[in-house]
Design a protein around this ligand. Structure first.
Ligand SMILES: NC(=O)c1ccc[n+]([C@@H]2O[C@H](COP(=O)([O-])OP(=O)(O)OC[C@H]3O[C@@H](n4cnc5c(N)ncnc54)[C@H](O)[C@@H]3O)[C@@H](O)[C@H]2O)c1
Ligand SMILES: [Zn+2]
Ligand SMILES: [Zn+2]
Length: 389
């Protein structure tokens, strides 16, 4: 089959690789009809994620048609149309039983590698390094789905691929970020980033009762989408000091809930930005936590900081004194996708939201390598890319 494969920093290629096969009775094989490039894939593309190997098949946002099921998969059959969560979860362990699917204790065969760095291993993820399982990803013609009796969700025929594809990741991710922010009715919610994840954070913040949503970025078309689709007020961080503006907008109290939908590749200018760039270059820091620092500084006393943005390893100069003295709550995590797929599919089916609004580019697998660059560099108005293998 054809697949997008990682070959190193800024080197994605369309390779011909062996077709996946059933390896376990709980596996299914899905023929991919739509798959997307995510901000998380950029951490691999930019070379920041350790334990990638040349030839690894990329992609963790995928959907398609079931073409084969293992003997233990009784809930799916050939021909079913499914969306596949990016988190691989057994459904049976202590964590899965509690709905903490991204913390599954059994799905990462290389758990020891992750535990060495982090103390414990999260779940295995599709297309996301060997430390997180070494599973082939979904930017391909076919995908092997482990624990297929737990993860994939069947979707009704009247909804298009583009309407349901993002149930694989960014819609649940935005929604969980808003849940984690502990939004109370009328709260002011500030969202750093206006990328695809942030767009779903904004939508979800309203669903959970926010009174005001303020979104921060510098990419004009992303800010425009946050305003038009998300009905958010916006701040362009290149034109305005974010702290000053947020204080002005909230009578100096600060936003009640702050959501970092940027992660460890934040841009920053000035001394702080240079500091992180240098430390990252000499490998004394894996992440550039500018947004994290800024959100901690801006958040109102006793407020909540929710972090869906991905961090990989170690970061510096986190104002832990401010976290403690301002009594902030911090919640984060890879998304427990399986917990949200059914309720969010119900919202799509009911017409409450059409997630396809974020898509700006629709391309074939062959155009994938070029689209990684276009998406990373925010060229051509690119906000979200869908590949149709
Ligand atoms: N928790 C999860 O399970 C999960 C799932 C999906 C994605 N993610 C992570 O969410 C993050 C966002 O994903 P995405 O697909 O939207 O990525 P993206 O790269 O398209 O968007 C990030 C946005 O942040 C903006 N940005 C950069 N520096 C900023 C700053 N200082 N202030 C404000 N905005 C700034 C960029 O201009 C960009 O628009 C990534 O880190 C991704 O890895 C996490
Ligand atoms: Zn993703
Ligand atoms: Zn589990």
């Amino acid at each position: 089959m054809r697949a997008l494969c990682w070959h190193g920093k800024e080197d994605v290629r369309v390779d011909t690789v062996p077709d996946p096969t059933i390896e376990d009775p709980r596996d299914a094989i899905v023929k991919i009809t739509a798959t997307a490039i995510c901000g998380s894939d950029l951490h691999l593309y930019d070379g920041y994620m350790p334990t990638m190997e040349k030839g690894d098949v990329l992609g963790h946002e995928a959907m398609g048609e079931v073409v084969e099921v293992g003997s233990a998969v009784t809930n799916l059959k050939r021909g079913d149309r499914v969306v596949v969560p990016f988190t691989i979860s057994c459904g049976e362990c202590w964590f899965c039983q509690r709905g903490l699917f991204s913390l599954c204790d059994t799905s990462n065969p290389n758990a020891a590698m992750a535990a060495k760095v982090m103390g414990h291993s999260p779940a295995g993820l599709f297309g996301f390094s060997h430390m997180l399982g070494g599973f082939a990803g979904g930017q391909a013609e076919y995908l092997r789905v482990p624990f297929a009796d737990v993860g994939p969700i069947k979707v009704p025929e009247n909804l298009t691929d583009e309407q349901v594809l993002f149930l694989s990741d960014i819609f649940p991710t935005g929604y969980m970020a808003a849940v984690n922010a502990e939004i109370e009715p009328g709260d002011t919610v500030a969202v750093w980033g206006c990328g695809p994840v942030a767009q779903f954070v904004i939508q979800s913040a309203w669903m959970l009762g926010a009174g005001r949503v303020i979104a921060i970025d510098r990419v004009v078309e992303r800010l425009a989408m946050a305003e038009s689709q998300g009905k958010a007020e916006t701040i362009n961080y290149e034109e305005t000091d974010v702290y000053d503006r947020l204080m002005e907008m909230t009578n100096d109290r600060g936003p009640d809930r702050c959501i970092d939908a940027v992660g460890g590749e934040a841009h920053a200018s000035g001394i702080g930005g240079a500091y992180d760039k240098i430390k990252q270059k000499v490998r004394l820091e894996t992440d550039r936590p500018h947004v994290l620092r800024e959100a901690i500084r801006c958040c109102r006393k006793g407020g909540t900081l929710s972090i869906p943005g991905a961090y990989i390893g170690f970061a510096d100069k986190i104002p832990v004194g401010a976290i403690m003295n301002k009594a902030l709550t911090i919640k984060t995590g890879q998304t427990h996708v399986q917990r949200y797929t059914a309720p969010l599919l119900a919202k799509v089916a009911a017409g409450e939201i059409d997630p396809s609004f974020v898509i700006t580019h629709r391309v074939s697998l062959d155009e994938g390598p070029a689209m990684y660059k276009t998406f990373r560099d925010k060229e051509d108005g690119c906000i979200k890319v869908v590949l149709k293998p």
